[in-house]
Ligand binder design. Structure first.
Ligand code: HXC
Length: 514
């Protein structure tokens, strides 16, 4: 027995040495954690249980039979975060560059399958040279098997990807299928083809950073939702996200007790909307004044900043917040904002997270570029996502709600349960200037004093439409509230909708305009 135990100790040591001490040393010199250290840092202490740690590849092409390592370049298992079970895989770059072959893929497939059966989130830490070239089709098959699992698990369990090194080739499509992507700034890259191939094919010179770094993907492409400053900061953010969301689609989000009074009135809210309707303000300040302890976990912070989305709590309960930000492009909705909003709304709806929308939107961003980029189909995604969502939907119109953008932003017409307006709300087909120029075109062009006529007409238009009384009289707004009352009104409304039951008509699935 003693010998067996000694044997196991030796075997474990061998396994934990990954691709060898020299390779681990190199990683350390690069300031990186090993795959195992990342897992240890991520989970509550002593909760990690490893699975299939002794798997090895069975390939013998191109000398691979001489390069066998325990675990085959990925560590898989489960542990606890905030006392809740989370499944994980963490690719080990010290073993064949973390490349994915048949058995490596099998381990990832196994852990996703388990997470799905157990109804627990899956977190994947990606650090890999992509498909293991020596294993050919078996590597591609492995990726295919993973993509299939990601698609099947979508909307059932939260899937989170963390990019902590290279993520190249088709490897980017598994993260691309998951709900959220985190990247480490200056230390993570995602691209379907690397700079060398691009140079050979397009004669184009591009750096790793420009092609697929965290900035490219968090600011321009929108592929990445969160950027961490280093590996630990990135993993801390993943844990923070997990604190807001349920483990699966049949669970409610966690409730966290708060000392922040439910009936807190916030005088500053009365001052937040400038008197001049053309003056911007930062909606994040408004959000901070309303939510529990001013904590707002923003998603996609650097992308399409004209729309702000993220998680917060109201009375201890998680909510998903969608808010136009007048500080950027006057809060208009464009292609990127629509994509960002629609995806966030759908995540919240999948996972039973009520939607709170703060509306101050002058309309869709007009222009040739937007039309060419397909604002029609992308704007339709927002309409679809809000309409399809069956979770509680509460709306607060703080200022402008014009045109199609009024309808899109969680109006009653798309099934919002409760719509509040501040006294500063303006709801109409378009803003006064544009409206006057269209409906009184002839009168203005023939007037002796067109400017003073315009001024008078604008005042009349504003009196009629630049306040919420008319829509309230039609029942499109449930109540006109004091800005100070926003928090208590939202908390009471959320509570009233706690047991909301609504289902969409039976169907295989809808056909969202992709
Ligand atoms: C097998 C690989 C590998 C791969 C790296 N390695 N990528 N082995 N298959 N795809 C091995 C290297 O041979 C080396 O082994 C070790 O990993 C470390 O690699 P280095 O190149 O020394 O490291 P570094 O300089 O840090 O460069 C990392 C890298 C580079 C940027 C990831 O290795 C690279 O460009 N790899 C190829 C990336 C790529 O194009 N992948 C796409 C494959 S196609 P030794 O033994 O020397 O330590 C694909 C399609 C999938 O993924 C489609 C699915 C639908």
């Amino acid at each position: 027995m003693k010998n067996r135990i000694k044997g196991l100790v030796k075997l474990r040591e061998e396994k934990n040495r990954s691709g060898g001490l020299d390779k681990i040393k190199k990683r350390k010199q690069q300031g990186k954690m090993t795959a195992r250290e990342r897992i240890e840092y991520f989970f509550d202490p002593h909760t990690f249980v490893e699975l299939q740690g002794y798997i090895q590849h069975r390939s013998s092409h191109f000398g691979l039979e001489k390069k066998k390592f325990w675990g085959d370049g990925v560590i898989t298992g489960f542990g606890k975060v905030h006392d809740k079970t989370v499944y994980i895989f963490s690719q080990d770059f010290t073993i064949l560059g973390g490349s994915l072959g048949e058995m490596h893929a099998k381990k990832i497939v196994n852990v996703i399958d388990l997470a799905l059966k157990a109804g627990a989130p899956i977190v994947g830490i990606n650090d890999s040279g992509g498909a293991r070239i020596q294993e050919g089709i078996s590597s591609l098959a492995g990726y295919g098997d993973i993509f299939y699992r990601n698609s099947r698990a979508s909307g059932v369990i939260p899937q989170i990807s963390v990019i902590m090194g290279p993520c190249a080739g088709g490897a980017v499509y598994s993260p691309g299928l998951t709900d959220f992507i985190f990247m480490v700034n200056h230390d993570a890259y995602m691209f379907i083809t690397g700079p060398e191939v691009i140079k050979a094919v397009n004669k184009e010179e591009v750096t790793f950073e420009e092609l697929g770094g965290a900035e490219t993907h968090s600011v321009i492409s929108g592929v990445c939702h969160f950027v961490g400053q280093d590996e630990k900061n990135t993993l801390d953010m993943v844990k923070e996200l997990l604190g807001y969301i349920p483990c699966s689609n049949i669970e409610e989000p966690p409730v966290i007790e708060t000392d922040d009074a439910f009936d807190r009135m916030e005088d500053q809210l009365n001052e937040i909307v400038p008197v001049n309707p053309n003056k911007p303000y930062n909606v994040k300040e408004l959000i901070a004044l309303v939510v529990d302890e001013s904590k707002f976990f923003e998603v996609h912070r650097n992308y399409a900043q004209n729309l702000v989305v993220g998680f917060a709590r109201l009375g201890g309960k998680t909510v998903g917040i969608i808010a136009n930000n007048p500080d950027i492009y006057a809060g208009t909705l464009d292609v990127n904002a629509s994509l960002k909003g629609a995806r966030f709304i759908r995540f919240c709806d999948c996972f039973n997270i009520p939607l709170i929308s703060f509306v101050d939107v002058p309309g869709f961003l007009p222009g040739r570029d937007q039309e060419k980029m397909g604002i029609i189909k992308h704007g339709a995604k927002m309409l679809y996502a809000y309409s399809e969502a069956t979770v509680p939907k509460i709306t607060v119109i703080t200022r402008k709600a014009y045109g199609g953008a009024y309808i899109v932003m969680s109006s009653k017409h798309l099934g919002a349960d409760i719509v509040f307006a501040w006294p500063t709300a303006e709801i109409a087909v378009m803003g006064p200037q544009g409206a006057i120029n269209i409906i009184f075109k002839k009168d203005i062009s023939t007037a002796e004093q067109p400017e003073s006529l315009k001024e008078r007409l604008i005042t009349e238009y504003k009196e009629k439409f630049a306040n919420p009384r008319l829509p309230a009289s039609y029942g499109y707004i449930d109540d006109i509230i004091m800005p100070t009352e926003t928090r208590p009104q939202l908390i009471k409304s959320l509570e009233s909708l706690q047991n909301k039951v609504l289902t969409n008509p039976p169907k295989k699935h809808g056909n969202i305009p992709l």
